[in-house]
Design a protein around this ligand. Structure first.
Ligand code: URA
Length: 314
């Protein structure tokens, strides 16, 4: 596959992911591959290495209805408990073998650990965050450590912030500088923060994963789940009143739900004792600026909660 084709496909996948669409291959409908509109869009831009258009992906035949025997009921209390607690992953149903890798279920931050009994006093929060950074060290806990990372991107901002933004993971600029949201998406985030009547230094900014996924791909569940323990500690130290989940990846891991962004926006969720609002990732807004008005609605909901007034335009 040529580089341009790969980049086109990547852009489509990113676009769908920002909209909260993860499962391009829908599990309940094995006959459905990509939506027709997307398939023709890809076919019209994708070319082979020699420049010829790529053939359309094969249509999958509808799977014949299968009779599934009911699972045997557990025999002992131990077996019953094991049935409730496992498996972590969804069991694939009637999938062709090439798609039958189980997709791990996201786990909400609230389910990962009980809320801390001890509240870190405001004056000690900076030091507590430094201790978390020291604990991370020169991390090799997940594959991202070996994927060309230059810097671990811990966080930026006020250790006592009332408002926290959580993104997906560092991009190239963040990997080079060691700070979150400093590239083009970061500039837009700064503008969003400014429009809310705040300065970047007054909020706390972090990501689901602290190392750059190669090619800015979405973090794998193993990477996000391995890293999330540290974001969880950061949230518990800062204790923001409101967290804004920027994009579907942040929402998925903070809340433990894999749902469309559209269904998560516009109302409050909760994580670690904070109210959580979900909005579009700034990188998505750069690709589709028509959605900026929608994002502004989300931020206005946050502003009302925090008693912030929008900045009057000069
Ligand atoms: N995108 C993110 O999700 N996080 C960053 O820090 C930068 C870009």
């Amino acid at each position: 596959m040529s580089l341009t084709t790969q980049q086109n496909l990547r852009a489509y996948v990113d676009y769908l992911r920002d909209l909260g669409i993860y499962d391009l291959y829908r599990r309940d409908e094995p006959q459905t591959l990509l939506p027709e509109a997307l398939r023709s869009a890809i076919a019209s831009t994708a070319t082979t290495a020699k420049g010829a258009p790529l053939p359309a992906p094969p249509q999958r035949m509808a799977a014949p209805p299968q009779r599934v025997a009911p699972p045997p009921s557990p025999r002992t209390p131990l077996q019953a408990a094991a049935k409730v607690q496992s498996p972590e992953a969804e069991t694939p149903r009637n999938l062709p073998p090439e798609f039958s890798v189980p997709m791990p279920k996201p786990v909400s931050f609230d389910d990962l650990a009980p809320l801390p009994l001890q509240i870190i006093p405001p004056a000690d929060r900076a030091a507590a965050l430094e201790a978390v950074r020291a604990e991370i060290g020169d991390c090799t806990r997940c594959p991202l450590a070996y994927a060309g990372r230059h810097n671990i991107v811990f966080a930026d901002g006020d250790p006592n912030a009332r408002l926290m933004f959580v993104g997906e993971g560092p991009g190239a600029d963040e990997d080079a500088s060691g700070l979150p949201f400093v590239g083009k998406a970061g500039q837009l985030l700064n503008n969003m923060i400014g429009a809310m009547g705040l300065k970047r230094e007054e909020v706390y900014i972090a990501n689901i994963v602290k190392c750059r996924p190669p090619g800015n791909r979405q973090p794998e569940p193993i990477e996000a789940n391995t890293c999330s323990q540290f974001l969880l500690k950061q949230i518990d130290i800062v204790r923001p009143q409101v967290i804004v989940a920027l994009g579907a990846t942040a929402a998925t891991y903070l809340l433990g739900v894999r749902q469309s962004l559209g269904s998560l926006r516009g109302h409050w969720h909760s994580s670690r004792g904070a109210k959580v609002a979900v909005t579009y990732h700034p990188a998505f807004l750069l690709r589709d600026p028509r959605q900026k008005g929608e994002a502004w609605k989300d931020l206005q909901m946050v502003m009302a909660e925090l008693g912030l007034k929008p900045v009057a335009k000069a």
